[in-house]
Design a protein around this ligand. Structure first.
Ligand SMILES: [Fe+2]
Length: 306
């Protein structure tokens, strides 16, 4: 990786250790000094997703290293989109896909308005907005989502913009506010996602865990979050409530490092599971505008290739 942040060296103090303020300060300075101003700064054109050029790899790597995300655009639509996305991910070490209930055999999910065949309308498959979250916040720890890839095959007639925020910048915001907020949100019982029951059958039990955690194998910061209040039961103490409030307020702050972008057909985002949301939208299939976004979720972070 050409330019990266040292978050993984075992011997060095972790910047995410509250007992290592010097390591945090050095990491924070480096992080902020290379922060992009918007997704346009993170744009990479891709000629052939199955065989990235060295320049394309280096650019993607650079952006992921500094912002945990990159915006890519294919020179032409692939004949087999799902296969092309799998090949793109594989070049970054992404081959362990999370197969959710709605995924295809490839492990990739087509996010479009559809009947899900269940007794609940899952919001991703409607035209409704999606609030801030990281992917897999309801998953058990062994199915932690550390990276995802979105690719726009067709856009909506109106709306459907995405907003993204590097979760490491959310961490910095909280820690600068009050390091005790970080401590509260790193607690193993910081919040609980209630069980998912369908047709009287429990398809997922309660999941309790931290918002922020550090992956012991890579030293990287992981974030687990949903802004949907009905999805989340916060630990009932003042510090946790205050920390959750500061995080929630960040999303509506005019100074927040939020990048807004409406994916055009042929564009996508590759990320280390950064925070994101989606605006509601309107389809108009008669003019070819039925929003279709493919999504792959991975158990590993994007692996540097250079
Ligand atoms: Fe998501």
């Amino acid at each position: 990786m050409t330019e990266t942040l040292d978050t993984g060296t075992i011997a060095a103090a972790s910047p995410f250790d509250l007992a290592a303020p010097a390591a945090y300060a050095a990491w924070r300075d480096a992080k902020l000094s290379m922060a992009p101003r918007g997704l346009d700064d993170l744009r990479v054109g891709i000629r052939d997703p199955a065989r990235l050029s060295e320049a394309e790899k280096t650019a993607l790597d650079h952006h992921l290293g500094r912002a945990n995300m990159a915006l890519f655009r294919f020179a032409q639509p692939p004949e087999d989109v799902e296969h092309a996305l799998l090949e793109l991910g594989a070049q970054f070490g992404l081959d362990r896909l999370d197969r959710n209930l709605c995924a295809h055999d490839t492990g990739i999910t087509a996010i479009t308005v559809r009947e899900t065949g269940t007794d609940k309308a899952y919001i991703p498959y409607t035209t409704r907005p999606l609030s801030w979250h990281t992917d897999g916040y309801y998953n058990a720890p062994e199915r932690t989502i550390r990276a995802w890839l979105l690719y726009c095959d067709a856009d909506a007639a109106d709306g459907g913009e995405n907003e993204v925020m590097d979760h490491e910048l959310a961490y910095i915001h909280l820690r600068d506010h009050n390091p005790e907020f970080v401590r509260a949100l790193m607690a193993a019982d910081a919040f609980t996602i209630p069980a998912n029951d369908e047709g009287g059958e429990q398809i997922r039990p309660d999941q309790t865990g931290p918002v922020f955690s550090v992956d012991p194998s890579t030293g990287a910061l992981h974030m687990r979050y949903s802004a949907r209040s009905r999805n989340v039961i916060w630990k009932d103490d003042a510090l946790t409530r205050d920390a959750a409030g500061v995080l929630r307020d960040l999303f509506s702050s005019p100074d927040a490092p939020i990048f807004r972008h409406r994916l055009a057909p042929g564009e996508g985002v590759l990320s280390n599971n950064v925070l994101h949301r989606r605006e509601g939208f309107r389809d108009d299939p008669t003019t070819g505008h039925k929003r279709l976004v493919y999504r792959a979720r991975y158990y590993d972070r994007v692996r540097p290739v250079v």
